[in-house]
Design a protein around this ligand. Structure first.
Ligand SMILES: Cc1cc2nc3c(=O)[nH]c(=O)nc-3n(C[C@H](O)[C@H](O)[C@H](O)COP(=O)(O)OP(=O)(O)OC[C@H]3O[C@@H](n4cnc5c(N)ncnc54)[C@H](O)[C@@H]3O)c2cc1C
Length: 415
C-alpha cells in the first residue's frame, strides 16, 4: 500500500494504530499537540491489561445507587456540581443503559475487543523495544469477605458467561498467596492470563519511537480541522498549515468530539475523570495488580513505585483536579495496606473518553472516504488499544477484520 495515513493523537490507541498500519505497508504520521507521545490518559492509567473488565459502569441498579454514591465521601463516584447542567443530557443517555439487556450487549462487545489483551500487547510490542514494560501476571479482585464478592454476582456471572475463569482465595489461602494486605481483606478472586504495563507513559513513548525508527513521523501540533474534497479526506489543518494525507484516523481520546463533528458525526463523548496516586519507593509491593473492589481502584506494582488508580469524577475537560478523590484513595490504602511506607508521592488526574453506551467507536466515518475513528475506550483503553490498532490497520489495508466491527460503528451516532 502507498497510502499516507495521518493519525490525530499519540496516545496508546493512536500509536498502536500507527504500528499496525506501518506493518501493513502504510506511510504514517502521528500528530500530537503535547511535547511527546503518551501524555494524555495513556500516561497515568492503572497499567492493567484487564481482559476481565467487560462489565460497564452502567450495571443494573446504578440509577438507584448513584444519588447516594454522589453524596457520600466514601464512594468512588464524584461530580463537580457546577458541571451538572452540561452533563445532564449525556448522563440521561448513559444511565439509560443501566439495565440487564444493554449490560449484556455491552459486555459482549467489550469481550470481543479485550478478551485476549495480553497476547495482543505481546504482538504489538514484539520487536519494538517496548516489551520491557510488558509483564504477564494474574489479576486479583480483593474483597473483605465472600458476602462483598457475592454482592457483585451479576458482574461475575457475566464474566463467567464470556469464558473468564478464576480461583477463589479465602482466609489463609489468600494470605499465603500475598501477605501484604490487612487481614480484614480476606477474600480474593484470582484470574490468570492478565498482564500489566510497568510504566504506561514510557511504553507508549517507546512504541512511538519505533514508529519513527521505521520511517514514520511524529509531529507536534494541534489539529484544528480535517480537509475534505469531494467527499474524501485530503489533509489536516494544524497551526495554520495543511498537512496533505490520503487517510486520517481520529484517535484524540477524550478531545475527539470537536474534530468528529468536523467530519460530520456528532459523537456524545464525555470525560470520566480518573485519578492516580503514586507512592515512590514503597516499603513493599503486592505480587500482582489488585483491584480493591469496594473502592473501584487498582493497586499496580510499577517500576520503583506503586500506583493507585481509579475513581470516576464527572466535571468536564477543563476543571482543575479535585482533592476529595485523592483523599479517598489514601483512606482506602490505609485500610488495605496499613503497614506500607513510602518515600514520596505524586498525584495525577486524566480523562477517560466515554460514550453513553460504553463501547468505543472504531471504524470508517460514514460519508467521508479515507476517514476512520478510534476513540471512546473509557476504562479499558490500554487493554483494548493493541487490538483496536490491529483491527483498524486490517480495515484500512482492505482486509476483513477478524471480528465484527458492527458494535463499534461510528454510524450509530448518525442515525
Ligand atoms: C485513572 C485512570 C486509570 C485507568 N486505568 C486503566 C487500566 O488499568 N487499564 C486500561 O486498559 N485502561 C485504563 N484507563 C483508561 C485508559 O487510560 C484510556 O482509555 C486510554 O489511555 C485512552 O487512550 P487514547 O489513546 O484514546 O487517549 P489519550 O491517551 O488521552 O490520547 C489522546 C491524545 O490525543 C491528543 N490530542 C487531543 N486532541 C488533539 C488535537 N486536536 N491535535 C493533536 N493531538 C490531540 C492528546 O494530547 C492525547 O495525547 C485508565 C484511565 C484513567 C484516567
Amino acid at each position: 500500500m502507498s497510502a499516507h495515513v495521518a493519525i490525530i493523537g499519540a496516545g496508546i490507541v493512536g500509536v498502536s494504530t500507527a504500528i499496525w498500519l506501518q506493518r501493513a505497508g502504510c506511510r504514517v504520521t502521528l500528530v500530537e499537540r503535547e511535547a511527546a507521545a503518551g501524555e494524555g490518559a495513556s500516561y497515568g492509567n492503572g497499567g492493567v491489561l484487564a481482559s476481565c473488565a467487560i462489565v460497564p459502569v452502567t450495571v443494573p441498579g446504578l440509577i438507584a445507587k448513584a444519588p447516594g454514591m454522589l453524596l457520600s465521601r466514601d464512594e468512588p463516584l464524584f461530580l463537580k456540581w457546577r458541571y451538572l447542567p452540561r452533563l445532564a443530557p449525556w448522563l440521561r443517555r448513559f444511565l439509560s443503559h443501566a439495565n440487564a439487556g444493554d449490560t449484556q450487549r455491552i459486555a459482549a462487545g467489550l469481550a470481543a475487543l479485550i478478551g485476549d489483551s495480553l497476547a495482543e500487547h505481546q504482538a504489538l510490542a514484539a520487536g519494538t523495544g517496548a516489551e520491557r514494560w510488558l509483564v504477564a501476571n494474574d489479576y486479583l479482585y480483593l474483597y473483605r469477605d465472600r458476602t462483598e464478592f457475592e454482592a457483585e454476582s451479576f458482574a461475575w456471572s457475566l464474566r463467567a458467561a464470556h469464558g473468564i475463569g478464576w480461583d477463589e482465595l479465602e482466609g489463609m489461602d489468600f494470605r499465603s498467596f500475598d501477605p501484604v494486605f490487612s487481614p480484614e481483606f480476606a477474600f480474593a478472586i484470582r484470574m490468570g492470563n492478565h498482564g500489566r504495563i510497568t510504566d504506561p507513559g514510557a511504553y507508549v513513548k517507546a512504541l512511538a519511537a519505533q514508529v519513527v525508527a521505521r520511517g514514520g513521523r511524529l509531529i507536534r501540533t494541534e489539529v484544528s480541522d480535517v480537509v475534505q474534497e469531494g467527499g474524501r479526506v485530503t489533509g489536516l489543518r494544524a497551526g495554520g498549515e495543511t498537512l496533505p494525507c490520503n487517510g486520517v484516523v481520529l484517535a484524540a481520546g477524550a478531545w475527539s468530539a470537536g474534530l468528529a463533528r468536523r467530519m460530520g458525526v456528532r459523537v456524545p463523548l464525555e470525560s470520566e475523570r480518573g485519578y492516580h496516586l503514586e507512592l515512590i519507593e514503597p516499603s513493599f509491593m503486592p505480587r500482582v495488580p489488585v483491584m480493591i473492589s469496594a473502592g473501584k481502584f487498582v493497586i499496580t506494582p510499577m517500576e520503583g513505585r506503586l500506583r493507585l488508580a481509579g475513581i470516576v469524577e464527572f466535571g468536564g475537560l477543563s476543571a482543575p483536579p479535585s482533592q476529595a478523590p485523592l483523599a479517598l484513595l489514601r483512606r482506602h490504602l490505609r485500610q488495605a495496606m496499613p503497614r506500607l511506607r513510602w518515600k514520596a508521592e505524586q498525584s495525577w488526574m486524566g480523562h477517560r473518553p466515554t460514550l453513553p453506551d460504553s463501547l468505543p467507536v472504531i471504524g470508517p466515518v460514514p460519508g467521508l472516504a479515507g476517514a476512520w475513528m478510534a476513540f471512546g475506550h473509557h476504562h479499558i483503553g490500554l487493554t483494548g488499544a493493541a487490538r483496536t490498532g490491529r483491527l483498524l490497520a486490517q480495515l484500512i489495508a482492505g482486509q476483513e477484520p477478524d471480528i465484527s466491527l458492527a458494535p463499534y460503528s461510528p454510524a450509530r451516532f448518525t442515525r
